[in-house]
Design a protein around this ligand. Structure first.
Ligand code: HEM
Length: 151
């Protein structure tokens, strides 16, 4: 794991948990709108899970759990293992992660508007890459175990 989260970042992320709880699905729905502008990224996703609203709900729940447990990431280990397994099934690669960051962070701003300032967005950016690195690491182990190349 190359990245860490500072105590300040953890505190800011935790303090946004109530806003994420209230607006999480709106944020992830907006995030997918932004993400699916790229047809190659869109093709990675099962569109029936999108249409039913299931996938935005799952991602919102994951983000909320992360916000609530930002200072005790061990509590998220089982959830992280499930996400990594699903990502490997869908052949998600490390190079897909920037597109999600570039969609998620503006979506937070789109939905929460004046409720977020630069410090909050910067904290979520740091938190995203912290979690992304954990997932990328777990996924690398799974690809290795299954002798599958992510390519
Ligand atoms: C920190 C970043 C990420 C988080 C927190 C996250 C979270 C999740 C969660 C919670 C699920 C649902 C797992 C389940 O089925 O229970 C999921 C599935 C999935 N994720 Fe991610 N993810 C992240 C990054 C990415 C990236 C970068 C991509 C590719 C662009 C991606 C593509 C997918 C796909 C294709 C699925 C399966 C959804 C389907 O059924 O079509 N994820 N992710």
């Amino acid at each position: 794991m190359t990245r860490t989260m500072s105590p300040e970042t953890m505190a800011i992320v935790k303090s946004t948990a109530p806003a994420i709880q209230q607006h999480g699905v709106a944020i992830t729905t907006r995030m997918y709108e932004r993400l699916f502008v790229d047809p190659d990224i869109k093709a990675l996703f099962d569109q029936s899970a999108q249409m039913s609203g299931e996938q935005p709900k799952r991602l919102a729940a994951a983000i909320l759990a992360f916000a609530q447990n930002a200072d005790k990431v061990d509590a998220l280990k089982p959830a992280i293992a499930r996400m990594a397994a699903r990502h490997v099934e869908r052949r998600i690669k490390p190079e897909h992660y920037p597109a999600v960051a570039d969609a998620l962070l503006p979506a937070i701003k789109d939905v929460l508007g004046d409720g977020v300032n630069e410090a909050v967005l910067a904290a979520w950016g740091e938190a995203y890459w912290f979690l992304a690195d954990v997932l990328i690491g777990e996924e690398a182990v799974l690809y290795e175990e299954r002798s599958l190349s992510p390519a």
